[in-house]
Design a protein around this ligand. Sequence first.
Ligand code: IP8
Length: 257
Amino acid sequence: MQNLVLVKLGGSVVTFKDKPLTANTEAIDRISKSLKMLDAPVIIVHGGGSFGHYWSVQYDMHTKASRYDAHGVSIVHESMIALNQVIVNSMMRSGLNPYGLQPSVFTSGQRPITAKIRQLLSMAGSRVTPVTFGDVVYVDRAKYSILSGDSLMTILAKVLRPSRVIFATNVDGIYSDLESKSLIPRLGVAGSRSVKVSMNSVADVTGGMKRKITEAFKIASLGMDVMVVNGLHPERIVAAATGRPTVGSMVMKRRRP
Ligand code: IP8
């Protein structure tokens, strides 16, 4: 299928990261309205922000598989379903047909279930929008791990090879210099070492912007351009999804020699 758009809505966009369990409903509603303008199959992934990350920190849960506190597993997962509901309901109000689904539907631990991932593409092609999210997932032998929405982007991109891959964050893109906030409009896969990343001030168990950039470079290495834009300006998501120039950073795909 042509023109698949894969969008990650960062936790810093869909929640207030410094206010526990608080969704940024205004930002979500504006994004939903903007997504309604797209005439292409779309798959959405969203992050945990002040929902999943808040509880993951309380229960000391990380991306490393371990026997975490059982109540922690339950409450992190529930909080992500609650945030997913907020986003799905907003999208429905905008006239979209979202279909919320936890990542364990199409992954086993951190590994993809290819046939199930292909089904997401068929759904997107029938005007239903799959909306999945970073989550706590069962690995094996009573071990669980936090699976980041950014990692899900790579898992999905590898199988579905979308035409557009977009990471929406709360900053304008990738900065070369954190003081002057000088934006890098385009960078190649080889440029990853020149990027300086700030540590998030609020605890982020999956690595915040650093993880995002790592996954963006992985996807570009697989041969897909990746745009990093500011999701608080949702018109930039629409522009990136339709291939129009906009404020943001493009990690350019690695071209085969
Ligand atoms: O915010 C992590 O997803 P991310 C979700 O995309 C949880 O890294 C449960 C913390």
